[in-house]
Write a protein that binds this ligand. Structure first.
Ligand SMILES: Nc1ncnc2c1ncn2[C@@H]1O[C@H](COP(=O)(O)OP(=O)(O)OP(=O)(O)O)[C@@H](O)[C@H]1O
Ligand SMILES: [Mg+2]
Length: 299
């Protein structure tokens, strides 16, 4: 287990894992932490959020460095992408990440979803020489609690952050995340679900957030999770900002810096593309979320 690591995980797709992974990593790097992000999802959306997907260098690896390290059982000595931002390096994913998943699962007696004495050995070995060079290691995971890759990450990480919606399926999602941590509990007794972050909710959703908190209170108590599991700040809905951020490879604070402060009327012309208010709100949300995360983890 790497004491400086956090994994973004959920059994549900499209709940904000990658958006949170990239923005949390980007903010921590911007305030001076040395950050490594490990993309374990073959969809490789992280590359779009951080912008390297649009570069030759970013396209080249496709997850092959991590796969080779896993197969050869020799740790990577440097990440394939160094300096994606100041203080921010990345181990990217891609087509080869599916092969990595299959390779890992071939070692598991049952695909990975049952306790296994070597959980975490393959991913841990592949990153072993690297992690001490970083203040924080962030894992962006695929939406699949049956994937061996996810169990490798669970066995390696200190903290688990679960993005969530507020519907009934999301309550189940939190239970599933907790059950997944139990699978690796013997291998990684320090693993802790540090929080759930509500994602894609309107600004005025306090009532909904409150109801969700009340609905999960029994689950949280039963599972022995922290009472204040749900972060007080949620990621506010902004389809326009989200679309642009991923399209242009900009994090929320970068997008805000470039678009948010400008007027819609510039030199007598109306600019419909600016997303001022929403971009500012989103940038603020991620900053509050990172502050909360630092308070809870000491990262
Ligand atoms: N503030 C926001 N409001 C609305 N939509 C958003 C917001 N931020 C991001 N999105 C969009 O929500 C979608 C899902 O986000 P994201 O890719 O981060 O989820 P994910 O959990 O990583 O998905 P997957 O399970 O496929 O990996 C994306 O299309 C993203 O652009
Ligand atoms: Mg994702």
């Amino acid at each position: 287990m790497f004491g400086n690591s956090i994994a973004l995980m959920s059994g549900k797709g499209g709940v904000g894992k990658t958006t949170l992974a990239s923005n949390i990593a980007g903010i921590l790097a911007a305030v001076g932490r040395k950050v490594l992000v490990v993309d374990l999802d073959h969809q490789a959306d992280l590359g779009k959020d951080l912008g390297y997907a649009y570069t030759e260098e970013g396209l080249a690896d496709g997850g092959s460095a991590l796969l080779s390290a896993a197969i050869s059982q020799v740790s990577l000595d440097k990440p394939p992408l160094v300096g994606v931002r100041d203080n921010l390096d990345v181990i990217p994913s891609g087509g080869q990440t599916e092969a990595l998943k299959k390779f890992i699962e071939s070692y598991y007696p049952d695909g990975g979803a049952q306790a296994y004495e070597h959980h975490g050995a393959i991913l841990g070995g592949a990153l072993y020489d690297l992690v001490d060079d970083y203040d924080v290691v962030v894992f962006d995971c695929p939406p699949d609690f049956t994937s061996g890759l996810v169990y490798e990450a669970l066995a390696c990480t200190r903290w688990l952050l679960v993005p969530s919606a507020v519907d009934a399926a999301s309550e189940e999602g939190l239970i599933n995340a907790h059950l997944a941590t139990q699978v690796v509990a013997e291998r990684n007794p320090d693993l802790e679900m540090v929080g759930a972050v509500l994602f894609d909710l309107p600004s005025n959703a306090s009532r909904l957030a409150q109801e969700f908190n009340e609905d999960i209170a029994a689950i949280v108590a039963h599972a022995g999770l922290r009472e204040d599991l749900v972060f007080p700040t949620w990621v506010r809905t902004s389809k326009k900002s989200a679309r642009d951020m991923r399209k242009y490879g900009k994090l929320a604070h970068e997008y805000y810096g470039e678009h948010g402060t400008l007027d819609r009327w510039v030199d007598g012309k109306f600019n419909p593309d600016l997303a001022s208010g929403a971009a500012e709100a989103l940038k603020d949300d991620f900053q509050f979320i990172v502050r909360e995360l630092i308070e809870r983890t000491g990262l």
